[in-house]
Design a binder for this molecule. Structure first.
Ligand SMILES: [Zn+2]
Length: 226
């Protein structure tokens, strides 16, 4: 490119204008001081994402950087006021979701050198605890210069759609109580809170009563009446 090009930007501008291309100028409204980050995924995160995509990308959707508050809910929000706040600023590095339902299947944490820092260990312990309490698997992978998609596929195989491995039950919720004890509302098997009587408003069961979880729609557990 000749030296004249930089001295005559107006000429380039008018040529681009012929094709409907306008130079992008930063918006002038500084009451909305936002720009798109160029490091949405760091080079290390992108490298792992590519290996993950090669390993399981045909079987699941890979969601990077998912806020824990979008994955987990608090079963008794009135008794656990601070519980949501403890996770609302935290993300899991990758979440693998079922390709049709987008139901979360397994979380993946990429452990880099910060993994050994005290503040990071405290954060990791909380994240491990939240996943375990909710019965959602979490797999930790040490950060490396490169990854073997075959090894990753092997490590994640038990958590992919069609795997025969039984999902562990949530550790905080008591086992489902029999729903037929004297007409009392059964406990939600997922949340451990008393279910509430509801009436189906549509579908084949319209007008029929059933027990539903008070945490609906976050929890969609139901039990028949009687
Ligand atoms: Zn529930």
């Amino acid at each position: 490119m000749g030296a004249n090009a930089s001295e005559n930007p107006g000429c380039l501008g008018s040529i681009l204008g012929l094709f409907g291309i306008r130079p992008v100028a930063p918006p002038s409204d500084e009451s909305l001081p936002y720009r798109t980050r160029d490091d949405f995924l760091s080079p290390a995160e992108l490298s792992f994402y590519r290996a993950l995509s090669a390993a399981v990308g045909a079987q699941v959707h890979i969601c990077p950087k998912v806020n824990l508050a979008d994955v987990f809910f608090v079963v008794k929000p009135n008794e656990n006021m601070s519980a949501r706040g403890r996770i609302s600023q935290k993300h899991v590095d990758y979440l693998l979701c079922h390709p049709q339902s987008m139901k979360p299947l397994v979380g993946i944490e990429l452990d880099d050198s910060s993994h050994s820092r005290a503040d990071r260990q405290e954060r990791d312990a909380l994240v491990d605890g939240v996943f375990a309490a909710a019965g959602l698997p979490l797999v930790r992978v040490p950060a490396a210069a490169s990854y073997s998609p075959a090894d990753l596929a092997l490590k994640l195989a038990a958590h992919l759609p069609g795997a025969v491995a039984a999902a562990p039950a949530p550790v905080t919720a008591p086992a489902s109580q029999a729903a037929s004890s004297g007409g009392a509302a059964p406990g939600c098997p997922k949340c451990g809170v008393p279910m509430v009587l509801r009436t189906a408003s549509k579908g084949e069961q319209a007008g029929r009563q059933f027990y539903g979880c008070p945490n609906y729609p976050k929890c969609r557990e139901t039990r028949p009446v009687g």
